[in-house]
Design a protein around this ligand. Sequence first.
Ligand code: ATP
Ligand code: MG
Length: 414
Amino acid sequence: MNDILPDVSGTWRYLETVVRDIVQSYGYAEIRLPLLEQTELFRRSIGEVTDIVEKEMYTFDDRNGESLTLRPEATASVVRAGITNGLLHNQRQKLWTTGPMFRYEKPQKGRYRQFYQFDVEALGYDGPDVDAELIIMCARLWRALGISRLTLEINSLGTPESRASYRGALVEYFSSVKSKLDDDSIRRLEQNPLRILDSKNPDMQAIVAAAPLMLDFLDEESSEHFQSLKGLLDAAGVAYTVNPRLVRGLDYYSRTVFEWVTDALGSQGAVCSGGRYDGLVEKLGGKPTPAVGWAMGIERLVALYEACGGEAPADDADVYVVAVGENTLERAFAIAEQLRDEVAGIKVELNLGGGSFKSQLKRADKSNAAFALILGEQEIVEKRVGLKPLRSTEDQSSVAFDDLPATLAALLRA
Ligand code: ATP
Ligand code: MG
């Protein structure tokens, strides 16, 4: 679990703002959800035989003996909230949410025990138009951030029925190579053979590569759905590769699944993953409701943005107010407040804790502010302040109190 320190929090906030603004521009609305849910919610939605439920959840009993879990992902909570608040009664919902998720994983670069996700979910839409829109929205985000080192992988998992016949074929195939399977896979063979395709064990990759493909078992309607999705992506100019082994680590997906992956972050290459989960709302007690969504890992987004040379806009102070001498502090406060009132977006730092002129100027310089405003006893008498450019060799000038907001507004626009 990481502390997000001030040297990087500016980049985080910038990226979160860009993601949020883009998602909002597609008509999605924010929903804020609790960090804790009943354990049962995740068992039922994510699936018993998944990495998350088997070994990654932070689960404990509360004082009433009720089993609670720190959310490992957001989709289940979004669906739960949709059902319990009646948001899905004859309505469709386009929602986003963001915040920390918790998984007891082996910590490594790009994989943490508390990590942040940005989630987008469309409930009540059967697609494939909305599937395409959710992907096109991501492509817009990458463009907006100048991120290029990403590829899009898509696949279809079909309906539960077509997946059942695929499951049969997988069991037959993996049983025939059972002696080469690792322990996890042998266990999964009985309970959830699709999960074997999701294995992270390098020794399993060749066996997985030779397994039958879901796409050969797709039902007619899912196949058409997938064709239309590809057509919409083609028309929008969004490149993709079909990865027939993409199954995603959660049980609830159906039909469309996709992942934006990068080669820029080592082995933690999945930056944004999503898919359709048409059966989940009903499974959790709601009316049958088609749905689709994605989740983006913010740590990985930050790392990828930096790997692509991205730099968040600087967030330094515009002016640093230096006040020396008797009774100058009150005026300094007044000037700082007036500038914040009258100059849109200005960032003013007031020298706190006194100090000599020299030490205050040193702090002004260290703050990276563009200008120091200098206020001494003489300035108060003359109703003027010294305006000293800190990032250029230009000379200090003197500005009347009354002209200060307009002068600074003009300088900061330039
Ligand atoms: P992975 O294959 O890397 O384990 P996942 O399939 O478990 O990912 P999802 O559950 O789909 O991931 O979560 C969506 C996104 O959240 C991922 O694409 C990734 O960017 C991010 N993510 C998942 N787990 C972690 C983690 N432990 N630390 C940081 N980011 C994570
Ligand atoms: Mg995982």
